[in-house]
Design a protein around this ligand. Structure first.
Ligand SMILES: C[S@@+](CC[C@H](N)C(=O)[O-])C[C@H]1O[C@@H](n2cnc3c(N)ncnc32)[C@H](O)[C@@H]1O
Length: 254
């Protein structure tokens, strides 16, 4: 089992849910609300399922650290654009992103890995209620314990090689997840690593060993290792929005 998973997660929860010291601006939140209300209004076929999943997650006490709608829809559109048949998410929370992906891509299957049994249970309930349980495999366990089993399934032909991976779990293992994702992907697959900007504090090497510094080190390690990795081409895109100022690393498998 990977080290300090539980502790690392709670540190991450703090970094994502209480962004003290991180830049924020009401224009970013207002712009997200305005654009999503036009580009994904309540008349969209999956709007009710997504809203219901968020409400069920909240009612069951899951932390408010889910991926925002714009980012989840971007991943869903990437799956459509890339004709992805199998996507992986590391860090399920309540399963809202797999619902976005599968409701917008009728032939897509998603494997999603969640360490917290309670989160995984709520995610299974959410995907069931959304009518996509036959295409979303919610696996309870630590990412690094589950990924070798996914490799076996892909090698046996039980699952397709990955066309898209979304890494959004314990930040200290970002690089290990990325390395696995490359190994399990088909050429042309895309890999996203979330929260690699963290309000712009990642450009400087941390000087202490606080939880925040360890999250920064998780971002720096994946950025620096990916930069030397000849299996991929990558960039970091900075984002602002209702989740403050952050960003993701996007890589394409060559
Ligand atoms: C930011 S949330 C994920 C949000 C989700 N991807 C979404 O789109 O809404 C991070 C999740 O990763 C889970 N997690 C933390 N450490 C993990 C690990 N080692 N393996 C798998 N999941 C982990 C946490 O329990 C939490 O549910």
């Amino acid at each position: 089992m990977s080290e300090n998973i539980y502790i690392t997660y709670h540190q991450n929860k703090e970094i994502m849910s209480a962004p003290q010291g991180r830049p924020s601006d009401e224009r970013w939140t207002a712009t997200d609300a305005y654009t999503i209300s036009h580009l994904h209004p309540s008349s969209k076929p999956n709007h009710a399922a997504i809203t219901a999943a968020k409400e069920h997650s909240e009612a069951n006490g899951l932390p408010d650290i889910g991926t925002n709608d714009n980012a989840a829809k971007m991943l869903a559109l990437q799956c459509k654009f890339g004709k992805v048949s199998h996507a992986l998410e590391v860090g399920t929370l309540g399963g809202v992103t797999p619902i976005w992906l599968t409701t917008m891509n009728p032939d897509l299957r998603v494997t999603t890995i969640e360490y917290e049994p309670k989160h995984a249970k709520v995610a299974r309930e959410n995907v069931e209620r959304a009518g996509v349980a036959d295409r979303v495999d919610v696996i309870t366990g630590a990412g690094l314990d589950v990924l070798p089993k996914l490799q076996e399934q892909i090698e046996k032909g039980e699952k397709e090689p990955l066309g898209l991976t979304y890494i959004d779990a314990d930040k200290g293992n970002n690089w290990a997840y990325f390395d696995w994702a490359v190994k399990l992907s088909r050429p042309g697959a895309v890999i996203y690593v979330d929260n690699v900007v963290q309000g712009g504090i990642i450009a400087k090497e941390p000087e202490d060993d606080s939880w925040r510094s360890r999250a920064v080190m998780g971002a720096r390690k994946v950025i620096e290792n990916v930069g030397k990795d000849t299996r991929v081409e990558a960039l970091v895109q900075q984002t602002v929005g209702d989740h403050s100022y952050d960003g993701w690393l996007m890589a394409v498998v060559l």
